[in-house]
Design a binder for this molecule. Structure first.
Ligand SMILES: *Cc1c(COP(=O)(O)O)cnc(C)c1O
Length: 412
């Protein structure tokens, strides 16, 4: 594979942008590569500066469930662009996207738009702390909730990929309010809740974990979290930034039939533009300024162009059978991967839900971050490198889920 132009751009980029990238995992360090510079994308494909074509299995790390340059999304963006790009005043488009989210997710009665998943999770925790008057947060090892200070304890995604246990710059005085416990370990949560449940503002969890590879919640895990939080006056926050509108129209909470108090969204709801949101029960959401005392704001929040992309995307996701079809394609791919691995004598564990797939080089079941970390990372690097050379663009990390789009069938 030719990488001359990308390499030249990387040389220029690294002089001006830390690591040459604007988000760490893009640097491809853990797979011993330098980044490919992308020129354009179309449907299931991405094309780099050297003219290489790839089947894209990252989907911009989540948003592109419709593939790239979906005509209806592009049309919606274009028509709004002509009327202006930002007004700093309310628009009808914000009501429309809010309604679509409220209609899709039962537990969401009101919603506030922000610009990223990081902002959504950060604001949700502030709201939970403000509403309960408590400081402590419980999270789970290997879950990623964006890069706000509170969450940089045993975090997943790029933090896991680069083996950064916490982060310099995060004060001890903030981290001391965060307790991180192993995913799927309800006994550990119960112990903390019995000891000091009345000081815990919120438990935040990815209802299906997608930032340590994909790890499914064990039966009863989410239901028990719901019971423990309700009993202690603690809020339950589902971070569905990745799973929202991906695993099902109503998110992971619709699959597991557990209703959180607050839901964080991002990625798909922006249709490829920067959008995040957090929503929940009216009584809780009313604590946010200007209705309530918890402050949270944003110059570009609810941006009309971004709202238009989100509305067009969610409209398409309402097509009957969309998620069923995507799920079948994902399972088809999983069967193919399992049989190829078997033929090659390679031990793998593969999990799927909706359009997400977790692939681990191990013989043992993967139920938490420790299990994920024990997988054969050398094998992952080998797999990644060979796939890339064959034109398959995967996340350059063993700690990421594979995310599919509606064109998945076109590539078989
Ligand atoms: C991607 C992600 C975030 C962070 O979203 P950004 O838009 O990258 O800030 C938060 N939580 C989860 C579960 C995510 O997958």
């Amino acid at each position: 594979m030719k990488q001359e132009k990308s390499n030249l751009l990387y040389e220029e980029s690294i002089k001006r942008i830390p690591g040459g990238v604007n988000s760490p995992v893009r640097a491809c360090k853990s797979v011993n590569r330098t980044p490919l510079f992308i020129k354009r994308a179309d449907g299931p494909y991405m094309f780099d500066e050297d003219g290489n074509m790839f089947i894209d299995y990252i989907g911009s790390w989540g948003p592109m469930i419709l593939g790239h340059r979906d005509p209806e999304v592009i049309d919606a963006i274009t028509s709004v662009l002509k009327k202006g790009t930002s007004f700093g005043a309310p628009t009808n488009l914000e009501i429309k996207l809010a309604s679509m989210i409220i209609d899709a997710i039962d537990s969401v009665e009101m919603v506030r738009m922000v610009n990223s998943g990081t902002e959504a999770a950060m604001s949700a925790v502030r709201l939970a702390r403000g509403y309960t008057g408590r400081d402590t947060i419980i999270k789970f090892d290997g879950c990623y909730h964006g890069h706000a200070d509170t969450f940089l304890v045993e975090a997943g995604s790029g933090v896991a990929t680069l083996s950064i246990p916490g982060s310099p710059g995060v004060p001890e005085s903030i981290i001391k309010h965060t307790i991180s416990v192993p995913y799927n370990n309800i006994d550990a949560v119960e112990k903390i809740m019995v000891e000091k449940g009345n000081t815990v503002a919120a438990i935040i969890v990815e209802p299906i974990a997608g930032n340590m590879g994909m790890v499914l919640p064990e039966k009863e895990f989410l239901g028990k979290l719901r019971k423990l939080t309700a009993k202690n006056g603690t809020l339950l926050i589902f971070d569905e930034v990745m799973t929202g509108f991906r695993v099902a129209h109503g998110g992971a909470q619709a699959i597991y039939e557990v209703e959180p108090d607050i839901t964080c969204l991002g990625k798909i709801i922006g249709g490829g533009l920067p959008v995040g949101a957090y929503g929940g029960k009216r009584e809780i959401m009313r604590y946010i300024a200007p209705e309530g005392p918890v402050y949270q704001a944003g110059t570009l929040s609810g941006n009309p162009v971004a709202m238009a992309a989100g509305i067009a995307t969610l409209t398409k996701l309402k097509q009957p059978g969309f998620y069923e079809t995507l799920s079948e394609k994902t399972n088809y791919l999983a069967r193919g991967l399992r049989s190829a691995a078997k033929k090659a004598g390679v031990k793998v564990k593969i999990y799927t839900t909706g359009s997400m797939l977790g692939l681990f080089f191990t013989e043992k079941e993967v139920n938490n971050f420790d299990d994920a970390k024990k997988c054969n990372t050398d094998m992952f690097v080998k797999y990644y490198t060979n796939m890339l050379d064959r034109g398959v663009y995967l996340a350059p990390s063993a700690f990421e889920a594979l995310l599919f789009h509606q064109f998945t069938e076109k590539i078989f």
